[in-house]
Ligand binder design. Structure first.
Ligand code: URA
Length: 263
């Protein structure tokens, strides 16, 4: 039986994406300049590995904050503030390490997330896992949330009134977790958290500041491409851009850059 060329293409892209974010394309894609950087990073990395205390998480979140995070999750499961509340199978409040130094924020749950009530568990989530692994981290080391807690039908863009209704949940989650860096995945997350109309292409690659509520210090925010966008707009250039963004995040946190991931 002849296989569908589109499916073949998707499978190939997915395999190459996996290879890219787990180091397989390293040698093939290195330019002279990249090779020099890579050497530097390997040296840096071996120096770093001599330092035993790599700080992956922050001091534990207080019991009070954890309780409030659980309350927020419960509220989202009962929420009817917008029409998505009556369309969802499950709300997706967010999950992860409440003492995380990095918090990833996506746009909204998709079909898989709606079914499981967990963020980033579909194809885009598998790619996010690879990006996290390429950073030398595990999913359990970070916190993962979304702008919207419920799935928009057919994965359409969030409506402004849905964002307005839902954003207080995320704002409070950010205050309670108080990560050192937020990585905004894609245009919707970046534009919403930074309250800007600028395009993701203009925003990504540089640190911005997310300003939580009164009495909270600004939090560094790195916008980058959404994993689903990467899957749709598959190119070495886009993948490299995401990796460049993540390297900046690691450097800012003083975390080592895994040598196999030098690209
Ligand atoms: N895309 C998102 O933005 N969030 C998810 O949780 C899954 C896919």
């Amino acid at each position: 039986m002849k296989s569908n060329p589109d499916i073949k293409k998707v499978i190939r892209q997915h395999a190459e994406m996996a290879e890219f974010f787990s180091g397989g394309l390293t040698v093939k894609k290195l330019t002279a300049e990249h090779a020099e950087n890579a050497e530097e990073e390997i040296k840096l990395n071996s120096a770093n590995s001599a330092v035993s205390a790599v700080k992956i998480t922050r001091p534990p979140c207080s019991a009070e904050n954890i309780k409030e995070l659980e309350d927020i999750a419960e509220q989202t499961r009962k929420c009817r503030k917008c029409e998505l509340g009556s369309l969802r199978k499950n709300a997706v409040p967010g999950e992860g390490n409440t003492s995380a130094r990095i918090m990833f924020v996506g746009e909204a749950p998709g079909a898989d997330e709606d079914t499981q009530g967990r963020p980033f568990v579909g194809r885009a989530g598998q790619l996010l896992d690879k990006i996290i692994a390429a950073c030398g981290l595990k999913r359990q080391d970070v916190y993962i949330g979304n702008i919207l807690k419920c799935r928009p039908p057919d994965n359409r863009d969030p409506k402004p009134e849905e964002i307005i209704a839902c954003i207080p949940y995320l704002q409070r989650q950010i205050e309670l977790i108080n990560p050192e860096i937020i990585v905004a995945l894609g245009a919707h997350a970046a534009k919403t958290l930074l309250d800007t109309p600028k395009a993701i292409g203009q925003l990504r690659g540089i640190f911005h500041e997310y300003v939580p509520g009164l009495g909270h210090k600004p939090i560094k925010l790195m916008p980058t491409f959404h994993p689903a966008y990467l899957l749709r707009n598959y190119s070495d250039d886009n993948r490299r851009k995401v990796w460049e963004d993540m390297k900046k995040v690691l450097a800012e946190l003083g975390l080592p850059i895994p040598p196999r991931a030098n690209r």
